[in-house]
Structures are given as structure tokens and as C-alpha cells.
Design a protein around this ligand. Sequence first.
Ligand code: NAP
Ligand code: MG
Length: 400
Amino acid sequence: MEKIKMTTPLVEMDGDEMTRILWQMIKEELLLPFIDLKTEYYDLGLEHRNETDDQVTVDSAKATEKYGVAVKCATITPNAARMTEYNLKEMWKSPNGTIRAILDGTVFRAPIKVKGIEPCVKNWEKPITIARHAYGDIYKNVEIKVPGAGKAELVYTAEDGTVARETIHEFNGPGIIQGVHNTDASIQSFAKACFNYALDTKQDLWFGAKDTISKKYDHNFKDIFEEVYETEYKGKFEEAGITYFYSLIDDIVARVMKAKGGFIWACKNYDGDVMSDMVSSAFGSLAMMTSVLVSPTGVYEYEAAHGTVQRHYYKHLQGEETSTNSVATIFAWTGALRKRGELDGIPGLMEFADRLEKATLNTIESGRMTKDLALITSLEDVTVLNSGDFIKEIRRMLEG
Ligand code: NAP
Ligand code: MG
């Protein structure tokens, strides 16, 4: 069989530990035999990030801006323990944070649905995609622990010296205060990324905030979404037969619980943090989630939602067998290949991505899966496979 040809390279960001091992296996078994794989390779493994003073991370993000599509392996975010383990020059920042800051994106996470892994919420027939705003609010807060009686104020000084001032509270005793912010530019980017993703995936978009209580802050989110929708997206949404729907966050939560799924739920930063863990655990597991960073200019970076699976890697290093789930990493590749095929007009590449995803799901549905899924499946005749054999089974299914 002739291999599928590519025209534009994918930006390939290699990573760390167990996912780096899976990365190699996936390429060897599931990609290279079928595709004339064209990638621009960046090694984001911690050793190489350290050698390049993290320049490689910045370069990989710049390449993503240039080519438009990247696929990323999970990477270590260094902490004190990693400093010694890898003898690091510096405690390098989270690569995801660095890449996100350069691409200015929104992260979309959706569960991968498969028969035998049923959501806890029985009416969730289709996936629910969470779109999380990744800037500001309490993640960029400043706080004061108030020691005793006194007046707390909110003060804004304009460049020309004009001052706006509001009393937060007149304290009679000890307490706490917090200052949070966001920018119109970031909220607009967030809104555009959500509207584009909804059009891309032909799904309705829901957005919830608390504008009745937060009459300026949350209301600003509501207004910006409304304005971006009315001026740029309304026509396109009508054409695509999808809707944009805003409501109060508590009303949205109630509706989500009763819904069938099949929509995108845009969340402010904190809501997205909390709700994505609720949705993903209700659907099964982090290893069964797709994750893609979409920039407002239409640049895509696909990755797995989970980390480098350190515990399994240490077992692997000791020569022990591992049963690590590669589904999310496979879907990162298929997402990127499909998008590349779409942008470059290569239907064969898009078809291959569909076939590989199908083969992956069919393998699980036939009862052959990794240990994490075997523990939660409702299927009865289950064979637990090790990391490598699971990928080989998928290849057999793909070729069969
Ligand atoms: P993790 O790698 O997601 O793993 C946590 C646990 O979840 C594992 O020990 C395993 O449970 C289970 N798990 C996760 N993915 C799995 C898979 N594919 N197959 C089977 N089980 C899976 O999180 P972590 O151990 O907290 O973090 C490890 C490293 O990853 C850290 O250095 C962190 O900085 C990095 N990280 C990177 C990203 C990213 O690049 N996107 C995201 C998060 C974390 P059992 O051990 O019980 O089997
Ligand atoms: Mg969280």
C-alpha cells in the first residue's frame, strides 16, 4: 500500500517519561507504516529544555504560529524534586504555560466516548466539551489578610492621573480581601476561540457567568461575548445551524446535568478548572480525553489531557511491565493529522485519522484494553494488555 503524502510539516513536540515512550511506539506502529510523516521536530524533553535554556519551547511555539498545527507530548513541569533529578540550571516554567502565552489560546477538552465506559450521568449520550478561559481572575489575584479594623478600597489610577475609587469594606475586625482582573483583549480572544471551535465542530455553544451579582466584572464577559457574536459570528452560526446561548452559571450547571451532551460549555477560568474535572471524571478518565489549544488566529496545538505518568515510567525503568493508556496521545496525533489534512486539502490524511480513531475505539470495545479502563468498564470479557501490546492490537485492527 502506498503511504499517504503530506505537504506541510506538523510541529512535533516530544516530551517526557512514560508518554515519551508511548510517543515512539505510536509513531513506529501506527503512523510511520501508513504515512510519509512530515514533521518539524522539537524535543521538549526536560533534558533538552535545560540544555537550550528553554529556548526550544519558545521555538516550538513560534513554529506552531508559522505552520498552524502542532502535536504535543506530555512534559514535566519542574518542581524542587525535578531540579535534583535532572540537575537543572533553573526551575523552568511549565511548557504549556509558555506555549499558551505565545499562542494566546483557549483550551478545549472533550471526553472520548467508547462503549463499555459509561458516563456516571446516564443522560450524557454525547461528549460535553469544556472551553476554559486560561487568563486572569483568581489565577492572577492579589490578596491581603486584613489584620484588624480599617477601610479597604479599590483604586484605579489612569495614565493621566485620574483616579476612580470604591470602598470594598469598612472592617471592624480581621478579615480578607482579594483583587482580581481581566482584560477586554483576553476575553475577546476567548470568545473568538469558542465561536470558531463551535463552527469547526458544528456544536452549540453555551456560556455561563454570574452577571446578576457581578454587575460589572461578569457582565463584561457577557457583553463581550454578545458583541463578538453579533458582529462576527451570528450569520455563520445560522448558516451552520448551531446556536449560541448565554445564561447564569447556576442555570447552565442545572441544564448541563439534564442535557444529552453534544455541546461546548465555555467557562471562566475558575469555573473551567472545577467543571472540567467534574465532567472528565464523570465521563471516565483523563486518559480518555482530547485536549486542544486553539488560538484566536486559528492555530491548533493538540495534546493529551494527562501528564507524563511518572509512576508507570519508574516501573518501566525497572524493567517491570506497564499498562499505560495511549488513547489520549493517539487522539492528539489524529486530531493534528486531520487538521493538517483539512488545511492542506489532503482527504487521505483526514480519512486515515478517522480510521485510526475507529480502530482504537474498536479495540477497546472488543474487550482489549489497558488496566485503567479494565477497572471501570462494564464489558465482561476483558483482556488487560500492556502498553506495547495495546498499541499493537490497534495496529492489527487498523490493518484488519
Ligand atoms: P499524570 O501523569 O497525569 O498521572 C497521574 C496518575 O493518573 C498516574 O499515576 C496514573 O494512575 C493515572 N494516569 C494518568 N494518565 C494515565 C494513562 N495515560 N494511562 C494510565 N493511567 C494514567 O499526573 P502526575 O503524575 O501528577 O504528573 C506527572 C508529570 O506530568 C509531572 O511532572 C507534571 O508536571 C506533568 N504534567 C504534564 C501535563 C502536560 O504536559 N499536559 C499535564 C499534567 C501533568 P496510577 O498510577 O494509579 O496507575
Ligand atoms: Mg484543576
